[in-house]
Design a protein around this ligand. Structure first.
Ligand SMILES: NC(=O)c1ccc[n+]([C@@H]2O[C@H](COP(=O)([O-])OP(=O)(O)OC[C@H]3O[C@@H](n4cnc5c(N)ncnc54)[C@H](O)[C@@H]3O)[C@@H](O)[C@H]2O)c1
Length: 449
């Protein structure tokens, strides 16, 4: 039997999960507090860029399996399962800010108290939250509605922006943390269609589910920081990180994924989740030494890249014109939250440089952040016109194989700083560019006059 599901918070996670639940036959009510977002979705628009989401959403709107609303009360009352897909941004001390989650828990409690015949509900936390939050959510609802019939489950989301639809439709694993057999049964039934190929649904304790999400993100962040540190070391000793990467990646104990060095990890998850688990540890009198180091390495990485740029220009960036390719925190998303590209652009602006930037999807986010402090290119080649240098900051496919002749013709300078190692260094040098990348030897290109 299909479920009726309320998804509270229609952002990257809520919209994608809601659409995927609808795609598997459920009735989904996506709730948000942002009237513009709801209006846009109701009129067929999509507020985020996520490959494949448009087609899926269109189909489910047409089939009337998904709707968008500002009305939490009706959505809660109609639904058997209520997902919380709310922001958990970093507080000033790095902890996950639970105000949105707990506010909605409080509102749900009041709704259940006003409607004693509401029936049994499973309230599922999909937001990334510290250990113990499910209990807080349960207590918050219970305080408002002492007699309501409900259970709470933790169901951390592992989707990757840019691959979110695929990750949601065919998750490698589903994790459900709940102490309630009744909620467990509901969650098994809900997720069964998503794991037909045999991928597991792990039923664990609430706290384990909550910590599993932080452990996974910290581990991936650790791989990235490890490779960034190794790349910096390669530069010191004259080795090539690309060669190291393929050698160690072919070891099945290590694997090939997340071994690309660059300008540091970013986005709405890794930085905040790493900081949050560190804060939780401190609160519990523990110290996560390795994860502390992961953060420190990441913090340095953008600056080290910037220092290469500074050194090239003898520390004088005032008025130097930079074309920046890439603004989104990674390819295939419009998400610019904690984008490492911004860290580099911030430093360039601070040093008095003149930046013109282009990104296939991240322009709107950049405009909101920088306004007229930078210029915006209409495309890759429009951006490089008269630039003294090109900096590559996001690994979009369209940047990988540029027409170097057009770059030579359009740019005033002949230097490329590639923060994502997109090009073959020797190739670029042969075309007359001085080419800096990460963890690979400098390619000097033609003699500069
Ligand atoms: N973005 C990701 O790739 C990703 C992946 C896994 C887990 N997560 C986690 O999922 C959670 C949500 O992340 P996101 O990226 O989707 O956030 P988001 O900011 O894109 O979306 C959150 C949405 O919640 C809405 N909202 C805020 N208060 C509300 C309220 N009281 N009632 C209804 N809606 C409300 C906002 O308007 C927004 O649309 C976070 O905890 C995040 O760490 C994110």
């Amino acid at each position: 039997m299909p479920f009726t599901i309320a998804v509270v918070g229609t952002g990257y996670v809520g919209l994608v999960s809601g659409t995927c639940f609808a795609e598997s036959g459920n009735q989904v009510l996506c709730v948000d507090v942002d009237p513009k977002k709801i209006e846009m979705l109701e009129s067929g628009g999509i507020p985020i860029y996520e490959p494949g989401l448009d087609l899926l959403l269109e189909r489910n709107i047409r089939e009337r399996r998904i709707r968008f609303t500002l009305d939490l009360e009706t959505s809660v009352l109609k639904s058997e399962i209520i997902f919380l897909c709310l922001p958990t941004p970093p507080g000033e001390d790095g902890s996950a800010d639970l105000q949105y989650v707990l506010q909605v828990a409080h509102d749900i409690g009041q709704i259940l108290q006003r409607n004693p015949d509401a029936g049994y509900k499973v309230i599922v936390d999909k937001s990334t939250v510290p250990a113990g939050t499910s209990e807080l959510v349960r207590d918050t609802i219970r305080q408002q509605a002492p007699d309501a019939e409900f259970d709470v489950a933790s169901n951390p989301e592992f989707l990757r922006e840019g691959h979110a639809v695929e990750d949601c439709m065919r998750p490698e694993r589903v994790v459900v943390g709940t102490s309630s057999p009744r909620a467990r049964k509901v969650m098994m039934e809900l997720y069964e269609p998503f794991v037909r190929s045999g991928n597991p649904i792990y039923m664990v304790s609430e706290r384990s589910a909550e910590v599993a999400k932080y452990a996974a993100n910290s581990f991936i962040a650790m791989r990235i920081s490890f490779m960034n540190e190794m790349a910096n070391f390669c530069e010191q000793v004259g080795a090539d990180i690309d060669e190291i990467r393929v050698v160690i990646g072919s070891d099945s104990r290590i694997g090939k994924k997340y071994l690309f060095p660059g300008i540091g990890y970013g986005g709405s998850c890794f930085p905040k989740d790493v900081r949050a688990i560190l804060k939780t540890a401190t609160d519990h009198g523990a110290e996560l030494e390795l994860i502390n180091a992961v953060e420190r390495v990441n913090h340095k990485q953008g600056r080290l890249f910037f220092e290469k740029i500074m050194a090239h220009f003898d520390g004088k960036l005032q008025g130097v014109r930079f074309a920046a390719w890439g603004l989104a925190f990674k390819a295939n998303t419009d998400d610019v939250r904690e984008s490492p590209a911004f860290r580099v652009i911030d430093l360039l602006i601070e040093a008095g440089a003149d930046v013109t930037a282009y990104d296939p999807e991240g322009m709107e986010g950049a405009r909101q952040r920088y306004g007229d402090r930078i210029r915006y290119g209409a495309g890759m080649y429009e951006t490089i016109r008269d630039a003294n240098a090109l900096v590559v900051l996001t690994e979009w496919n369209e940047f990988r194989n540029p027409d170097f002749q057009r770059l030579s013709d359009g740019m005033q300078g002949n230097v490329i700083f590639d923060g994502r190692n997109l090009f073959n260094g020797e190739d670029v040098a042969q075309r007359g560019f001085r080419y800096y990348s990460v963890g690979r030897p400098l390619q000097t290109g033609v003699e500069e006059g």
